[in-house]
Structures are given as C-alpha cells and as structure tokens.
Design a protein around this ligand. Structure first.
Ligand code: ADP
Length: 490
C-alpha cells in the first residue's frame, strides 16, 4: 500500500516539478530577452533624444562662438558637475562656472535640464570627423570612423555641417558596465524569485498531492486486504469526489461479497447436511445387509432404493434452484391457461388424495385470462404446493385449489392461484421462513415424508421468474394453511 501511494505521489510530484521547471525556464527566457531588448531600445531612444538636444545647444554655441574653441572643457566640466554633484571641488566648480559664462547661464541650465546630460558619454567631432571633445577624453584628436559618424547627430550652422555629436550607445556598446550590471542583477533577482516561487509551489503541491493520494492509498489497501481474503475490510473515505464514490462503491461491493460468501458457506454446509442423511441411511442399511443383520430381501432393497430416490430428487432440486437463483432459468414462453393447468394437476393428484382420505377440490372462476409463461414450470409450482398440502393434511382433511382473477391495479389483471388445506397449519414465527432453502418447521417429520426442503424456494424462484408473487398464510397450528401466487395476465 505504501509502495503504491508513494509511487503515485512521486509520479505527480515529478510531473509537477517538470511543469514548474519548464514554466520558470520559459518565463525567465521570455522576460530576459524582452528586458534586454526593451532596455536597448530605450537606451538608443534616449541617447538619440539627448544627442538631438545637445546638437541644438551646440549649434547655438557654435553660432555664437564661430568655432569649437573651449567646447571640450564645457562638455567635460558639465558632465563632471552632474555626475559628481555631491563632490564638487573648487576647480570643477570653476569649469562649470566658466562653461556657464561661456554659454550664458540660462542656456546651459536649459541644456542640462532638457538632456539629462551628464550620465552618458558624449563625443563631439568637427566637420572633418576629428574628435575635439570626449567626456572620457579617450578619443580626442583622433579621426572618428565614418560609420560611427553616420549614426551621430549633425550640428548644422547656417546650412553648413560644422560637427557631429555622438551620445552613449552611438560610440560604445549599448550596455555600459553599469547597465550590464543592472540588467544582471535584475535577471538574478528574477531567477531567484522564480526559483523560490517554484520551490514554494513544490512544497504546497506535495502537501496537496498527499491529500489527494492518501484516500486512493486507503482504497488500495482495503482492496488488497479483501483480495487477500479479509472480506470485512471497509474504506473510511467520505468525500464527494471520484475517490469518495470509488470508496463507497468499493464498500458496497465488499458488503455484497461478504453476504455472498456467507450465503455460499451456509449453502455448502446445508447441502452437505442434507446429503449426509440419506447417504448414511443407505450406508447403514447396506452394512447391515453385509453383516447379515438384514436379509437381502426385496423389501430391504426397496428401502435403500427409496433413499437414493430422495437423493436424486434433492440433487435435481438443488440444480433447478441454483440455475433459478443465478437468473439463468430458460423459460419456454407461451400463453398458458391456468384453469386448464389446475384441472390437470388436480386430476393427477386425485388418486394420491383418495389414498390418504383427503378430499381434493378445484374451484375455477369463469373466463380466466391466459398468462404468459412456461407451462411446465408453472405445473411444477402447482405440484410442489399440492404435494406439500397433501403431506401436511391428515386423513379426513380437505384441499382446495382455486383459480381467480384479481385486479392488479393500473388497469392490469392478475391470475390468483391458491392452495388451501385444512391441515396442520404454520406457526406465526415459522411463516416468514417457509420459503427459505432447507427450512422445515418439523425437520425429522418432513424429511421422513420425503421432503427435500427445497419445494417452496423453488416455487418462489419460478413464480418470480414469471413476474409474479408468492406467499403463505395460516391462522396458526391446526388451522390449515393457504399458499397463493399471482401471475400477471397476458
Ligand atoms: P419440504 O420438502 O420440507 O416440504 P418445502 O420448502 O416445500 O420443503 O416446505 C418447507 C416447510 O414449510 C415444510 O417443511 C413445512 O414445515 C412447511 N410447509 C410447507 N407447506 C405446508 C403446508 N401446506 N402446511 C403446513 N406446513 C407447510
């Protein structure tokens, strides 16, 4: 059981872990690429804007100065004053002020405000492409490559291109070390977050899966116990979901199995018991003959033969009952006239009744509708009821077989057949049991008179196979009995 549950749980966890990993990986990839692309686009756009603003300011500067003189100092000092605003020293302050004086304070302030200038590298090349200012100082005096210049923003004064200004990503990789570091830390945080989230989901998932697989494990354990022979084992799961329904169905199944098993055991012991009685009689008689106590006379053999007849009948009855109980009785369906059938059966019993000095009557209502059924099986029902009545009615008594029509409700009609005797009757406490297999009110007497204890159970199975109902009534011992059954009219 534990093996099963753990394995189901493990499978679910494995699948879940795979899904989480795939989810985290895909999310991370998508966000990573998207962030990098967006970041690059944003950097390029802001650099372009900055370059445009700077170009405007520089145009004004050139127009005023007539040359680029002093512009390098302006660029580097303003850049410095912005990026290290907290740590201004006297010299840079001076540069700053000088730049301010050169450009005119308002104009410089305006330029700074518009461009956010100061964070990015700025390179200014003159009309020939030679770098005259670079905030890092690195490229000053060098000829700038043509393809870089093409990316820059031209500074035009009076229709003449006097220089090119390049900002940030136009001269260096999009991600400067600071940007790259920032992106890296964003990515790392994202990865850490996703991993922590995934881990949390796994922990919660494992608890959840345990909740789900636990009842499955219980059902499995119970099924294994029942399979191993413990039919009393039940499952204690009461949820409304599929597992709950499985458990409920399992419990019902186990109940049925247990009942069937009890019935089977009872039946086997009943049958063994019933067979043992005639068998031991036969054996005892044969041994007496062998030992010379009994004579090997036709009378003694007749007695033994009688016991074998009882055994044969018992075995035949058992077979019919087993087939009927299994619902495998094959009936030869036809329209049966119960009035006609009753007359014939009574005819056959008349000599037996006369022998026992019991009056046998038949009362049949006019125009009995036919029933749908198997004439041979219905004859057997009547035989069983009549032979019981004969067996339990002493000399001087009377037996009446009646056939009537009865309102079956719902515009349907039933044919009601009753066998009434004036015999020994049945006590109220025995009445509910007379249709049970091997039940006898008086065991020894019934067996001695040749009964198998299966006559009424068989009659009930046959009547029910015809869609009918059978029952017994008696006012008590000595008051006679009435056995009745109904069949739906065709
Ligand atoms: P059996 O072979 O013993 O007659 P049945 O199943 O036919 O078996 O009947 C079961 C028991 O019901 C009988 O043993 C008897 O005690 C009782 N019984 C059946 N029919 C009658 C009857 N007409 N009057 C009194 N008791 C009856």
């Amino acid at each position: 059981m534990h093996r099963m549950r753990r394995s189901l749980w493990l499978k679910l966890m494995g699948a879940f872990a795979l899904i989480i990993t795939a989810g985290v990986a895909v999310t991370f990839m998508v966000v990573y690429v998207a962030t990098a692309t967006k970041f690059e686009r944003f950097t390029r756009a802001s650099d372009l804007l900055e370059a445009q603003n700077l170009a405007d300011a520089l145009t004004a500067y050139y127009a005023r100065q007539g040359s680029w003189d002093g512009v390098d100092r302006l660029l580097s000092s303003t850049a410095f004053s912005f990026s290290n605003a907290d740590a201004l020293d006297g010299e840079s302050m001076e540069w700053s002020m000088m730049g301010g004086m050169m450009m005119g304070g308002d104009m410089m302030m305006e330029m700074m405000r518009q461009t956010g200038y100061g964070m990015d590298r700025v390179v200014l090349a003159d009309a020939e492409g030679v770098v005259i200012a670079d905030t890092t100082g690195e490229l000053v005096g060098q000829q700038h490559p043509e393809e870089h210049l093409a990316r820059g923003e031209p500074v035009v004064v009076n229709g003449q291109r006097v220089g090119t200004v390049l900002v940030g990503s136009m001269v260096e990789p999009v991600l400067n070390p600071l940007d790259a570091d920032f992106l890296r830390s964003v990515n790392l945080a994202m990865l850490l977050g996703a991993t922590a989230g995934g881990f949390l989901a796994l922990v919660l998932g494992s608890l959840l899966f345990f909740q789900i697989t636990k009842p499955v494990g219980e059902v499995t354990a119970a099924a294994e116990a029942v399979a191993a022979g413990d039919l009393s084992r039940r499952v204690d799961v009461h949820s409304e979901d599929e597992v709950g329904r499985l458990a409920a169905a399992f419990n019902i199944m186990a109940d049925t199995l247990e009942q069937q098993e009890a019935l089977r055991k009872a039946m086997v012991s009943d049958i063994a018991h019933e067979l043992r009685t005639p068998l031991s009689l036969i054996q005892g008689n044969l041994e007496a003959i062998l030992d010379g106590y009994y004579e090997l006379s036709p009378e003694n053999i007749e007695a033994i033969h009688g016991d074998t007849v009882v055994m044969t009948r018992l075995v035949n009855d058992l077979r019919v009952l087993a087939v009927a109980e299994a619902g495998q009785l094959t009936l030869e369906w036809e329209a049966v006239d119960m009035a006609e059938l009753a007359r014939r059966v009574v005819d056959r019993f008349s000599s037996q009744a006369a022998e026992r000095k019991v009056a046998l009557h038949v009362e049949i209502e006019p125009s009995i509708p036919p029933v749908r059924g198997d004439a041979q099986r219905l004859t057997q029902v009547l035989n069983n009821l009549l032979s019981n009545a004969l067996r339990h009615t002493p000399a001087g008594g009377a037996i009446t077989l009646s056939v009537r029509v009865q309102d079956g409700g719902n515009k349907k009609r039933n044919v009601l057949v009753s066998v009434t005797d004036s015999g020994e009757g049945i006590a109220a406490d025995a009445l509910p049991h007379v249709f049970e297999r091997f039940y006898r009110v008086d065991r020894s007497r019934s067996r001695a008179s040749g009964g198998t204890g299966l006559g009424l159970p068989i009659a009930r199975q046959l009547v029910e196979a015809h869609g009918g109902r059978i029952w017994a009534e008696s006012a008590g011992p000595g008051e006679g009995s009435v056995f009745s059954f109904t069949l739906p009219a065709a």
